[in-house]
Design a protein around this ligand. Sequence first.
Ligand code: PHE
Ligand code: CO
Length: 271
Amino acid sequence: MKPGAADADFTIAQDWSAYTAGEHAVWRTLFQRQREVLKGRACAEFLGGIERLGVAADGIPDFRRLDDVLGKATGWSIVAVPGLVPDDVFFRHLANRRFPSTCFIRRPDQLDYLQEPDVFHDIFGHVPMLMNPVFADYMQAYGRGGLKALGLGALHNLARLYWYTVEFGLIRTPQGPRIYGSGIVSSRGESIYCLESPKPNRIAFDLLRVMRTAYKIDDFQPTYFVIESFQQLFDATRPDFTPYYARLKSMPDIAPAAVVQDDTVLHRGQA
Ligand code: PHE
Ligand code: CO
């Protein structure tokens, strides 16, 4: 298939041979920077995943080579897409253990900030956690749950769960909080800020609390939710959400920076 010619499921060819030396260099710069920053900051599952994906260190990876390693580990594969895809398409890919990734990489003057996901965010950020069997199952369950939420008009609630776990999640470890969220690990500034800045709240994960919480897409997060373990996340999200969505309809949203009555506050943000 020609690059740019999208299928019904919005997949395209990655066209790996078309990347320039400059584009591979941007990847390597980002990769080496994050490898340093994430030591002692990312969780063991993420760091282990990156290590086992060795192919990713040299330049923008060829998705087919990643698939060999990822497929053997958890049965997931990567599909190339041109950018954001419609919700139902996204969920259907996840439900079938396919992770949609963009192909383009940011320009050298955008190393620190980019509003939309690029291949560094999608691959470096997401694929290491997909090497973990429990997290891999969580992502598939999320895809199935997404299709259901669409039918129930509850996508705004479910999208917050993705945001505060998959993209911006922290996990508690005996050594202190560690990062697993893809939006954090692919950002140098936020990798440091989320753990070391006194500004953001760090609050123990609670499913309904998270699904009530609005989020900011244009700045570092004012609140992070901290899970105890990936098993906790998987177990908390296993029940049918239909009754939760019904209850949420009569519960007001919580603002991104707010701390509420029943929160278990691990760190209260100081503006
Ligand atoms: N259990 C959820 C439901 O019934 C699906 C889900 C699983 C959602 C895991 C998110 C994460 O809708
Ligand atoms: Co992402």
